[in-house]
Design a protein around this ligand. Structure first.
Ligand code: ATP
Length: 357
C-alpha cells in the first residue's frame, strides 16, 4: 500500500481549489460523476476498453474529460497525468476488481477511503474474522466439503458479482462443480430475503446516529439484486428437473431494485453496521465513507451478513435522486453525491487529508 506519508506529500502539492474527481468508467460512475458535478468538482473518467459513448446519453453525469488507457500498465505509467490534474480517485467494485486489490493499493494517487480495508475485504477468511469478531452473525462456514449435509453456497474469492458461485446439496454436487484451481469458501445456504444495505460512515460528523468510536453512521438506501438465472429458475419447475436438462442456477448480478425494510429491522441493521465500523478501527485503522452490508433475513427476523463491500456499491444506482432513507437526511442526494459532499465539507474544515489514503 502507498505509505500515507507519500499521499500526504502529494496532497500538499495539489491545488485543492482545483481538484478533479476521477473513477473508472463503469459500475456506479454515472452516479459518482453526477454527484461530483453537483458539488462543483471537475470530473475525469478513466477507461481501458470500456465504451464511453453511453455517457452522451446522460449529459448530467458525463465526466468533463475521459482518459483512455491501453491497459492498467499504461494507467500506471501515466500516473503523472492524474497528479497534474490534482486527482482524487473514488474506488468502486469494478475499479478495484479489474485493477486488482493489490495494484489499486499501490497506485500512487490519493484515493478516498482507507485502502488498508482492501486486505481485509478481498481475503474471505480475514473478512469473516473482522465481521464475526465484531459480533455480527455470518452464514456458518463448512471447512470440509465431505461434511456437506445441508444446501451450501460455494464462492470463489474476490468480488465477481456472484459469477461462478454454485449451490451444492452434498459432496457429489460439490465435486462435480468445483474449480479446484481457485481459492473458494463453502458457506451454509441462508434461506430468506436478501437486503443490501448502503451505509455511509462519516468519522468527522458529530450529530445523527453516533458510533461508540466517534463519528456518525447514515443509512442512505437499500436494494435487492437481480441475479441471473437463479431469480427466474423457479419458472422451469424444480432445480432437479432443470439439472436433467443441463440448466444450473447461477448468481450473476444483472441489475438492482429499490427496497425498504420493515421499520422494526432498522435498529438491528444499525447495530450490525456500527459494530463493523467500530471493529475496523481496532483492526486496521478504520473504514469510512460508503459501505454495504449484504444480508439475508430469515422468517424469525434474524439477519446474517454474507458479505461486506467496503465502498460504493452498484446497488445504490437506483437512488440517483435520493431514497426513502437519504431523503430523511439529505433530500435528493445519492451515495455519489454524499461522497462529493463529504469531500466538500472536509475541504472547508481542513480535514481533507484525513480522508485520503
Ligand atoms: P459482490 O462482491 O459483487 O457483492 P460476490 O461475487 O462477492 O459479489 P456475494 O455477494 O457474496 O458475491 O454472493 C452473490 C450472491 O449469492 C448473493 O447476492 C446472494 O444472492 C447469493 N448468496 C451469497 N451468499 C449466500 C448465502 N450464504 N446464502 C444464500 N445466498 C447467498
Amino acid at each position: 500500500m502507498v505509505p500515507k506519508s507519500r499521499i500526504d506529500e502529494i496532497l500538499e502539492g495539489y491545488d485543492i481549489e482545483d481538484l478533479t474527481i476521477a473513477t473508472l468508467c463503469s459500475h456506479s460512475s454515472l452516479q459518482i460523476f453526477h454527484g461530483a458535478r453537483k458539488m462543483g468538482f471537475k470530473t475525469l473518467g478513466l477507461t481501458i476498453s470500456h465504451s464511453t459513448k453511453y455517457y452522451d446519453a446522460f449529459p448530467l453525469a458525463k465526466p468533463d474529460e475521459i482518459i483512455k488507457y491501453q491497459d492498467f500498465d499504461d494507467m500506471e505509467a501515466r500516473v503523472g497525468e492524474l497528479l497534474d490534474r490534482n486527482t482524487i480517485l473514488i474506488p468502486h467494485g469494478s475499479f478495484v476488481e479489474y485493477m486488482g486489490a493489490r495494484r489499486f493499493s499501490d497506485y500512487p494517487v490519493p484515493s478516498y477511503g482507507n485502502r488498508a480495508v482492501l486486505k481485509w475485504e478481498s481475503d474471505r477468511d480475514k473478512q469473516r474474522q473482522w465481521i464475526t469478531s465484531a459480533g455480527v452473525p455470518m452464514p456458518k462456514l463448512i471447512t470440509d466439503a465431505r461434511e456437506i449435509e445441508e444446501p451450501v453456497m460455494v464462492k470463489y474469492h474476490g468480488a465477481k458479482g456472484g459469477s461462478g458461485y454454485f449451490i451444492a446439496r452434498d459432496y457429489m454436487d460439490f465435486k462435480m462443480a468445483v474449480d479446484q484451481t481457485l481459492p473458494y469458501t463453502i458457506q451454509e445456504y441462508c434461506l430468506g430475503t436478501r437486503y443490501y444495505m448502503h451505509f455511509f460512515y462519516d468519522p468527522l460528523k458529530t450529530d445523527g446516529y453516533l458510533c461508540e468510536q466517534g463519528g456518525s453512521l447514515e443509512l442512505l438506501s437499500i436494494d435487492r439484486r437481480d441475479e441471473s438465472n437463479i431469480d427466474e429458475m423457479y419458472k422451469l419447475g424444480s432445480i432437479e428437473e432443470s439439472r436433467r436438462h443441463g440448466l444450473y442456477p447461477s448468481f450473476v448480478v444483472t441489475g438492482n431494485t429499490p427496497v425498504v425494510i420493515r421499520e422494526s429491522l432498522l435498529p438491528k441493521a444499525f447495530d450490525m453496521a456500527e459494530k463493523v465500523v467500530n471493529k475496523s478501527y481496532e483492526l486496521f485503522g478504520g473504514m469510512w465513507g460508503p459501505f454495504c452490508l449484504e444480508t439475508v433475513v430469515n422468517d424469525k427476523l434474524q439477519f446474517k451478513v454474507f458479505e461486506i463491500s467496503t465502498r460504493i456499491v452498484a446497488g445504490s444506482n437506483p437512488f440517483i435522486s435520493g431514497s426513502p432513507y437519504a431523503d430523511l437526511i439529505y433530500p435528493g442526494l445519492s451515495t455519489g453525491g454524499r461522497i462529493a459532499l463529504e469531500l466538500k465539507n472536509a475541504l472547508k474544515d481542513d480535514t481533507f487529508k484525513e480522508l485520503m489514503t
